[in-house]
Design a protein around this ligand. Structure first.
Ligand SMILES: Cc1cc2nc3c(=O)[nH]c(=O)nc-3n(C[C@H](O)[C@H](O)[C@H](O)COP(=O)(O)OP(=O)(O)OC[C@H]3O[C@@H](n4cnc5c(N)ncnc54)[C@H](O)[C@@H]3O)c2cc1C
Length: 336
């Protein structure tokens, strides 16, 4: 049976399940290319970690040719274990990704390329991506899943402690250090939500103001919760053997905690979206790409998933469902 016929059959059997999304936002009008022999890649995925691989899985199963470009620097590579992922709890993040890649290897439509995407151009049905090895690839749809990079503050010991004794997320690592003495670096009014959240894991919390102007109301609230507030700027995070971090300040004595939570600012891992003018959303720690419920960005034919397009709590699970949704949406947008 010819490939063209197979694609048509797949489209017919999938039409029923697309109707809801089609109503939510009409798909672009099919072009003549949809019924011709397909020479270009159907989809290029930029970023082949949790979101990108989840997108590739759906596309590969739908037999849509897909290229996954990846540079192998997933956000949680600093953490020894990943938590809260159903079926993969308490495994090294690299092991989860390696297993996923191994499973994806059985789909002939998926091609992995260890390369960095350096630029994007074109429009729906005819995008070009130039890689750092000078290759130009083309595709009808793009999925951006290149994540974000955490920007380490200029504090001695911070970067070295990131992912081990300085961590961002209680859902990721809180259970392992429950009931211990936690520290929280204040990063703005949203940090009060963390104070309330952390109470489910520990009653021993110290807040480090780190030079922020903390209002009298917040100070009263913290005092009422028996949460000490330490003023002064953090100058160093020191570690000794297996002990928790010691926080050194520009004023006052050192403070030792068992674990320190911090939320440094972050930015997209690449700026490929900038020249395209894709719409963004501002979050307390940076910006992310704006998408609709099908994960399509403000530019038709370009989808985004994972931390790059998640204004909420980032996680492997969220990245995975967003990636799967982007993959399915991209595939369904090409039905004839
Ligand atoms: C310290 C720490 C611990 C964490 N622990 C957990 C945990 O226990 N459980 C949990 O659920 N979540 C955890 N997270 C959150 C989790 O890491 C992210 O939510 C998740 O990695 C997002 O997946 P992603 O695919 O969107 O992006 P990423 O995993 O960051 O992957 C992006 C990929 O894109 C690639 N890339 C970047 N630029 C380019 C380019 N130009 N061309 C090609 N490829 C490119 C990168 O190399 C990378 O492989 C943790 C985060 C941190 C910082």
């Amino acid at each position: 049976m010819q490939r063209r016929t197979l694609l048509k059959m797949a489209a017919v059997s999938a039409v029923g399940v697309t109707s809801t999304w089609a109503n939510a936002k009409s798909n672009p009008a099919p072009s003549i290319r949809n019924t011709e022999h397909i020479k270009m890649n159907q989809v290029i995925i930029i970023g082949g970690s949790f979101a990108g691989l989840a997108a590739a899985l759906q596309l590969g199963r739908a037999r849509r040719d897909v290229i996954v470009l990846d540079t192998g620097l997933q956000r949680n590579r600093f953490a020894g274990r990943s938590h809260g992922v159903l079926g993969h709890d308490d495994k090294p993040p690299s092991a989860i990704l390696a297993e996923a890649r191994q499973q994806l290897a059985r789909y002939p439509a998926i091609k992995f390329v260890n390369a960095r995407a350096d630029s994007i151009s074109g429009n729906i049905d005819n995008f070009s991506v130039v890689t750092d090895d000078g290759e130009t690839l083309s595709a009808r749809r793009l999925i951006l899943s290149y994540g974000v990079v955490d920007q380490m503050p200029d504090v001695k010991g911070f970067a070295e402690s990131w992912g081990t004794s300085v961590i961002p997320c209680p859902y990721c690592d809180g259970f392992e250090v429950a009931d211990q003495h936690w520290g929280l670096v204040w990063s703005g009014p949203q940090s009060m939500n963390q104070v309330r959240l952390f109470h489910d894991w520990t009653a021993r919390l110290t807040v480090f103001g780190n030079g922020h102007d903390i209002t009298p109301e917040i100070r009263t609230d913290l005092a009422g919760r028996q949460v000490p507030l330490v003023d002064g700027r953090i100058t160093e995070i020191a570690r000794q053997g297996s002990h928790g971090p010691t926080i050194k300040l520009d004023t006052g004595p050192d403070v030792a905690v068992d674990i320190l939570f911090a939320h440094p600012r972050n930015k997209p891992s690449a700026s490929l979206h900038d020249p395209l003018g894709l719409a963004t959303v501002t979050t307390p720690t940076g910006i992310v790409l704006k998408t609709d419920e099908r994960r399509e960005t403000s530019m038709p034919g370009i989808y985004a998933a994972g931390d790059l397009a998640n204004p909420g709590i980032p996680s492997v699970t969220t990245a995975t469902w967003q990636g799967a949704t982007a993959g399915i949406s991209a595939q369904q947008s090409m039905l004839v």
